[in-house]
Structure formats: structure tokens, C-alpha cells
Design a protein around this ligand. Sequence first.
Ligand code: 5GP
Length: 203
Amino acid sequence: MKKGILIVVSAPAGCGKDTILEQALAKNDNLFYSVSATSRAMRPGETDGVSYHFKTREQFEDMINNGELLEYTEYCGNYYGTPKKAVTDMLEAGKDVILKIEIEGAANVKRIFPDCTMIFILPPSIKELDRRLHKRGTETEEVIALRLQQAKKELAFAENYDYLVVNEDLTVAVEDFLAVVMGEKCSKKRSVGLIEEILSDER
Ligand code: 5GP
């Protein structure tokens, strides 16, 4: 069985990464979304085990000490981490695994899995990102300004990613994302020995 590919996705808040991933997962059965563990509080609309595995700080620290996490980080005062077993099991089973993680965790994953595919989702412009953050209508001007500042910092790291998907139009962004996954799966570097195998009549 051919192993799946590991896909790391990062994007600042307000770039629509959750919606893009939701739609991409609905369209491609071979994609598996890795549910992270976090010590942050559950938000309205979230479900334990689906959005995240919600843990106390103590439970999270036990996971760290037991070596259960592939990577973890502290972001805005909360722990976030990727459970190792589900990821490695799914890759072995041939599934393409998506990690939706911030830039520091992404850089750590790249060190552990150098052949992972790194995708950064970008807003079409800072003006548009500002508009989208305001549209949510849930945060104060001060929080929005902070988020925008944080987004600009994170955007500078897009440089380190393999693919950039601009979310100007959601449908196009989903198609672009799925095309990147397919392109990667067909790349020659992921099919070492395939040509020889076909030529040698082993099939
Ligand atoms: P939120 O609290 O808004 O759900 O997530 C905050 C940030 O943490 C997002 O950038 C999200 O991608 C990132 N994140 C979620 N899960 C993980 C994880 O397992 N590891 C790392 N390093 N970052 C994560």
C-alpha cells in the first residue's frame, strides 16, 4: 500500500482556512483531518473530539510527557498539539493527512517530516482581511487591530511554504487546494521506482 502524504496548512485568522478545509474534505474521501489537542476553552458551536480534543493543562502536559504528540506549541496562552498515533496510522493506511497548525508547529513538522507538503492560505489583500475581521462583528476594534498585526507577522512566513492558495473566491480556493494535493501525489519524487516497476512487468 502506498503511504499517504502529510499536508500542513497554515493561515492567519480571517483567511477562511476552516471553510476551505471543510469543503475540501467533503470533496476528497482520501483526505483525513487530524484533530488537534488543546488546552483552550471550547467555543460555542465546537464539539469535543471533532473540533479539538479539549484537555486541561495537566492532561495536556501528561500527553507531552508520554510522548503522545508529534509537535506542540503554546499559542496565545494555550497549548495546541498534534496527536502522533492517528497521523502515523492514517499515513500508513494510505490516507492524505491534513494538519491545520500555526507557523511554529508547521516548521517543527517540516523538521520531522521533511517531505510534507506545506500550504499557506493567503487573503487577497490586507484591506480585505481587515474587512473580513470587521464583518465577524464579535470583537472590539482593539482586538481586531491586534489580530491584523498578528496576521501581518504570520504572512511574512508564507515565504517558507511550498504552495500559496489565495482565498479571494471560496470555490476557486477549494479547487486550488485540491489541485495542489493531487499535483503533489503525482509528483515524480513521490513515485520512486514506479517507472522501473511498470517497465519490469512486475504489475
Ligand atoms: P484556534 O484557537 O483559533 O482554534 O487556533 C489558534 C491557532 O492554533 C491556529 O493558527 C491553529 O491553526 C493553531 N493550531 C491548531 N491546532 C494546532 C496544533 O495541533 N499544533 C499547532 N502547532 N498549532 C495548532
